[in-house]
Design a protein around this ligand. Structure first.
Ligand SMILES: [Zn+2]
Length: 251
């Protein structure tokens, strides 16, 4: 039976209106309210858990599928990385009490010894928020390193949203529980932070190996090394800029 779209009155033959894209009319019912509540309260829908599962299993393949246009089942990658960073930050403040740990650490270390070094430590402790802010910079690094293989800068923004989503998930699931266990020994705590940073090159390699499935391993290794080099230069520049700004504010 032919139906008309309740939004634009075009004839509907499938599940969606081919003119405006609205779904075929369905009365608002319990399921509708439940779906909307879930979305309002947690900003999640079926796509949220689906994307998380796919990303944990194979972030590179997931990013490739999304970029190639398999998008309908997926949660939007930039929104996803914002939500995951939000969750990670909440955990590190409220559960890990990062601020308390940091104060202990700075007192132990004698805060006046080297303010610049402390500032760097401070930066590296707030990884989830800082890293979120640095996605445009990371994207610049991967875009430069992988430029010849054809993806544009905006696609690299999405690629980095996937990489950071994966890293944040790993932190929440594996690293934070260990940090929670050692929350009263700041030195071990920071050691874990540093070790978890050492995972990044391996994650990058695995990611791009799955993303660029048909490219030679050797070129991927070289390009990942280039990404790390570029990211370190960018990070140092960014931290120094922040340090410079904060010093001029406190003067
Ligand atoms: Zn319509």
């Amino acid at each position: 039976m032919a139906e008309t779209c309740h939004n634009c009155s075009a004839l509907i033959t499938k599940n969606f209106c081919s003119n405006c894209g609205q779904k075929k009319y369905k009365r608002i019912d319990k399921k509708y309210i439940w779906d909307e509540l879930q979305y309002t309260l947690f900003h999640t829908n079926k796509g949220f858990l689906y994307s998380i599962k796919k990303i944990l299993r194979n972030p590179g393949k997931t990013a490739m599928e999304f970029i190639n246009g398999h998008r309908v089942n997926h949660y939007k990658p930039i929104l996803l990385v914002f939500i995951l960073s939000g969750i990670a930050t909440f955990i590190s403040y409220k559960l890990l009490k990062l601020k308390v740990v940091m104060n202990e650490y700075f007192t132990q270390k004698n805060i006046n010894s080297n303010q610049m070094e402390d500032f760097m430590n401070f930066l590296s402790s707030y990884t989830s928020i800082i890293m979120l802010l640095m996605i445009p910079l990371f994207a610049l690094s991967t875009w430069i390193a992988f430029k010849k293989w054809g993806h544009n800068y905006y696609e690299h923004l999405v690629i980095n949203a996937y990489i950071l989503s994966f890293y944040t998930l790993i932190s929440i699931i594996f690293i934070y529980p260990v940090m929670y266990f050692y929350r009263h020994s700041p030195n071990v705590f920071f050691l874990i932070t540093q070790i978890s940073m050492l995972l990044v090159p391996f994650i990058l390699f695995w990611f791009f190996k799955e993303f660029y499935k048909n490219k030679p391993i050797k070129s991927i290794v070289l390009k990942v090394l280039a990404v790390i080099g570029l990211a370190i230069i960018g990070y140092m520049f960014f931290s120094m800029l922040l340090a410079f700004i904060s010093i001029s504010i406190y003067k």
